[in-house]
Design a protein around this ligand. Sequence first.
Ligand SMILES: [Zn+2]
Ligand SMILES: [Zn+2]
Length: 145
Amino acid sequence: MTSACDAAGAERLTRNERAVLAALRQTPAARSAYDLLDELRDVGLKAPAQVYRALQKLIRLGLAHRIESVNGFVACAHPQDDCFAAFAICTECGAVAEITDETLVEPLSRWARRSAFALDQVTLEARGRCRACATATRRLEETDP
Ligand SMILES: [Zn+2]
Ligand SMILES: [Zn+2]
């Protein structure tokens, strides 16, 4: 079943936007706009502005996210949800996992209400090692004399 959001999103996407989204969905690692441009030259994207415009639209539709701390972009892992997004970023392989537990942001929302702070956006990015990389490191340590 495709969600309403997915269907609506897909039909509003231009060729460039679809190409950028497909590229983002290929790997779990965040890619910079220039990485994307390199990958998409063959399908006709030639200027950074084209990539940025496509990314902006995808982000607005909730189909992609910007990862501030690595200045990169990922496809949304849950485009059907009204997405509050937090990210766990692997510093070894660059994989980005999306965390959609909204309770993460509740203390901040409470604080914002109490402080009359008009909260627009919360960016939560955790850094560490993904399961695969953490396991690999452990194995190395174990075999070390
Ligand atoms: Zn998302
Ligand atoms: Zn990793």
